[in-house]
Ligand binder design. Structure first.
Ligand SMILES: Cc1cc2nc3c(=O)[nH]c(=O)nc-3n(C[C@H](O)[C@H](O)[C@H](O)COP(=O)(O)OP(=O)(O)OC[C@H]3O[C@@H](n4cnc5c(N)ncnc54)[C@H](O)[C@@H]3O)c2cc1C
Length: 444
């Protein structure tokens, strides 16, 4: 096993595992402040070479967003912001030796990077979550999850292939041939349904004249609860339900999926919904390897149990945040929700935490989740949401352009944390200009 000798080893070694919505913001901000001034040695480890903000994945899957325009090379971000990037998948650790183990990295079955060990003084785990299929028969084999960019791109490819096949086949389009079923009517499921409604029509309009979208393309959502968006206020659910019905998205509420086959989906009431493509978007869990991380405490969905300082419950040198952490939410029966806005807030706090640890301070900040509300974007059709807390002084229902701008602001905040204000303004301007010479959907 190769030991990575982090240079300047007299410096405090901060190792961040997972460069997603939270981890990349943290690495960038620590690099810009502490890495640049040689006050700490910051290393980010991620299993991918590039970063795409996860809440964009349903747009990539539907084809309304071209990932090439939104992905960021970790190695370049590290170079610009004074941290070190190492490619690889963490698969273990030794807490006594303060070591993190990273599996060998393969490309097309060829080992490119051998197994490595990284030493840390502060370890911060931000490896996100994956879809939870609850072990439903056939779900793993026949459903696509939207956990990674490659899964989203794979879905998009299958969708365009299905449309091209329908266009070019000699026989008439069969019932069910162009049906997409989405399991789970949370924000991801309903947003994906609306995006798919739009992009399949755009795709069909690019010369696929044999396809009649209203007749041939069917989009269904199956939800175990009795309403869409069960975790959000009923008023939001109702507004979204009305919009989905206008788009002729079939909502099967109160139906629990019992089996998925290559022909479609069975539910507990005996219903069978035929499908060419099934997306699983119901529930999350943290990655399985966290269960065996040298005795760190996990909950029933593998999240590392952390205190409000974001230190793991049984090791003060190991922190976790974002989707992979079960962080208490005082005054609530549940933990801090797994959202990009919580990962963003926690990353901001951890910048202060790391500075305090490097300065040798014992008292660390405690995290309080600020819920600014929930926004659901139904593509070009509508955006609805509820604003909470300081902005609205309680809970306020919003929709339309204001809601859309608020929705987009979360991504802009992420980009600003990575690139700064002026670079983001220039990016927005550049996109406004190039939009006129590009198709609104990804055609391949
Ligand atoms: C389609 C979709 C839409 C969403 N929309 C919204 C929204 O509108 N608003 C909102 O607030 N939230 C939304 N979310 C949830 C949001 O994306 C997550 O809460 C957020 O990304 C969590 O951030 P994170 O940093 O914890 O993890 P992630 O952003 O998932 O990043 C985890 C990183 O860890 C890396 N990684 C994983 N395992 C390992 C390993 N073993 N070793 C090394 N690296 C590893 C991954 O490659 C990834 O880069 C959405 C999620 C999805 C899937």
């Amino acid at each position: 096993m190769q030991l990575e000798t982090q240079t300047n080893s007299d410096l405090h070694r901060v190792v961040i595992v997972g460069g997603g919505a939270g981890g990349l913001e943290l690495a960038t901000r620590l690099g810009k402040s502490m890495g640049r001034k040689k006050k700490a040695h910051i290393t980010l480890i991620d299993s991918s070479r590039t970063h795409v903000w996860k809440p964009l994945l349903h747009e990539i899957a539907a084809g309304s967003m071209n990932p090439d325009k939104h992905e960021l090379e970790y190695i370049a971000q590290a170079h610009w912001n004074h941290f070190h990037f190492r490619l690889g998948r963490m698969d273990g650790m030794n807490r006594d030796k303060k070591e993190v183990y990273v599996a060998p990295y393969f490309d097309e079955d060829i080992e490119v990077i051998p197994r490595r060990t990284f030493k840390y003084d502060t370890l911060i785990i931000a490896v996100g979550s994956t879809t939870n299929d609850f072990g439903i028969s056939g779900a793993r084999e026949h459903c696509i999850a939207l956990d990674t960019q490659s899964q989203a791109e794979r879905f998009h490819k299958q969708l365009t292939n299905a449309l091209i096949r329908a266009q070019t086949q000699v026989e008439p389009i069969q019932a069910g041939q162009l049906e997409v079923v989405i399991v789970g009517a949370g924000a991801t499921g309903v947003e994906l349904a609306a995006e798919l409604h739009n992009t399949t029509r755009e795709l069909a309009s690019f010369g696929l004249d044999k396809i009649d979208p209203d007749k041939d393309i069917k989009i269904s959502i199956i939800e175990a609860s009795d309403r869409v968006l069960p975790a959000l206020p009923p008023k939001l659910s109702m507004a979204v339900d009305v919009e989905l019905r206008k788009l002729r998205v079939h909502v099967y509420a109160g139906e629990r999926v019992t089996e998925v086959t290559n022909k479609g989906v069975y539910t507990h009431s005996g219903r069978f919904i035929p499908s060419a493509l099934v997306v699983w978007a119901a529930g999350i869990k943290a990655p399985d390897f966290l269960k065996e991380l040298d005795g760190l405490e996990v909950n029933r969905i593998n999240q590392l149990v952390v205190k409000r300082t974001l230190q793991t419950s049984n090791d003060e040198n190991v922190f976790a945040f974002g989707d992979c952490a079960a962080c208490p939410w005082p005054g609530h029966d549940e933990n801090v929700p797994p959202r990009a806005q919580s990962a963003h807030q926690q990353a901001s706090m951890l910048v202060k935490t790391v500075k305090a640890r490097v300065a040798g301070k014992d008292k660390l900040p405690e995290y309080t989740y600020r819920d600014y509300g929930s926004l659901v974007n139904l593509g070009r059709y509508s955006t609805v949401g509820s604003l909470m807390g300081a902005i609205a002084g309680g809970s306020m229902y919003i929709e339309g352009l204001f809601a859309r701008l608020m929705y987009q602001s979360l991504y802009q905040m992420h980009l600003m944390a990575l690139h700064g204000f002026f670079a983001v303004m220039l990016q927005i301007l550049a996109r406004l200009i190039t939009r006129r010479t590009e198709a609104r959907v990804k055609l391949h």
